[in-house]
Design a protein around this ligand. Structure first.
Ligand code: URA
Length: 248
C-alpha cells in the first residue's frame, strides 16, 4: 500500500478515537457477493471535454469546467437558494481511494469542504487508522449542496447531482470507492438495501465512462458518533479497504 506506516503509538491513538482498543489488524471476512451495478440507463454524465493537446492541461480544464458547472448549478431550486456555497469535493485528484458521503452539513456548507465537522474528524481518524491520510484520498458527496436542516436528499436531488459525481469518478479513476452511510451507498449502488445488508459485500460501481470500480460500504461517521458500539463493524470495513489496497 502506498503511504507511510504509522508509528504504533499514533495508530493506537486513532484506534482509541475509533473506540477500538483491543483489536489487532486481521484479514477481512471473505467475499459474500459480487454485484455489478450497470448504470447505463442513468442520465448522461456531463460531456467529456475534447482531450487534444497536453493531457495534464486538458485534465486541469476538465476539472475547472466541472467545478464551475457545480458552483453554478441551480437544478435543485430549494438547495440553490438555501446553500451558502456548493461543496465540490476535496483531495487528491489522482487518488486510488475515493470516499463518498451523503451531502454537506452546516459546517461543510459554511467552509465549502466536505467532512470538516465532527463526523469529518472521525472520518479522518478512521482513514488514519489504516495509514491513509485524508490528503491522500479524494472526498466527495452524493449532493454538492446542503439540504436545509440536514434533511435527507430527495431522490430527485440525488438524480440531479448524479452527473457531477459520475464525472468526478471518471476524472479520478479511483481503484476503490469507500462509501459511507446508507444514503450514499443506496444512491451510488442504486439499491434500497439496508446498510447492514450492504456491509461486507463486494460491490462494483460502473457507468458508461467508468469501468468496474470495487466499492466498500461502511457506516456513516455521524452514525458512529451516535452509535459508538458499531465502530467495531466499521473497523472491519476499514480492514477490508486496507487489505484491498495492500493487494495492489
Ligand atoms: N456528512 C456527509 O455525508 N458529508 C459531508 O460532507 C459532511 C457530513
Amino acid at each position: 500500500m502506498p503511504g507511510c506506516e504509522l508509528p504504533e503509538s499514533l495508530r493506537q491513538y486513532y484506534l482509541d478515537t475509533l473506540g477500538i482498543t483491543n483489536w489487532r489488524l486481521q484479514q477481512p471476512a471473505s467475499v459474500v457477493a459480487d454485484v455489478v451495478v450497470d448504470q447505463a440507463a442513468l442520465p448522461d454524465a456531463a460531456p467529456v471535454a475534447d482531450n487534444t493537446g497536453d493531457a495534464s492541461v486538458a485534465l486541469d480544464d476538465d476539472w475547472r469546467e466541472l467545478q464551475q458547472a457545480v458552483s453554478q448549478c441551480r437544478l435543485c431550486e430549494e438547495l440553490a437558494q438555501s446553500r451558502t456555497q456548493t461543496v465540490f469535493g476535496v483531495g487528491n485528484r489522482q487518488a486510488d481511494v475515493l470516499v463518498i458521503g451523503e451531502a454537506p452539513g452546516r459546517d461543510e456548507d459554511a467552509q465549502g469542504e466536505p467532512f470538516v465537522g465532527r463526523a469529518g474528524q472521525l472520518l479522518n481518524a478512521m482513514l488514519a487508522a489504516i495509514d491513509l491520510p485524508r490528503e491522500q484520498v479524494f472526498i466527495a458527496n452524493i449532493l454538492k449542496c446542503r439540504p436545509p436542516n440536514n434533511r435527507d436528499p430527495s431522490p430527485q436531488e440525488a438524480q440531479n447531482c448524479r452527473a457531477f459525481l459520475q464525472r468526478q469518478i471518471a476524472l479520478i479513476q479511483p481503484k476503490v470507492i469507500f462509501v459511507v452511510g446508507r444514503i450514499a451507498a443506496q444512491n451510488l449502488l442504486d439499491t434500497d438495501l439496508a446498510i447492514g445488508k450492504m456491509r461486507g459485500r463486494d460491490y462494483q460501481y460502473q457507468d458508461e465512462n467508468t469501468g468496474p470500480v470495487p466499492v466498500i460500504v461502511t457506516y456513516h461517521p455521524a452514525y458512529l458518533l451516535r452509535q459508538p458500539g458499531e465502530k467495531r463493524k466499521s473497523w472491519q470495513d476499514l480492514l477490508r479497504l486496507r487489505a484491498l489496497m495492500q493487494s495492489w
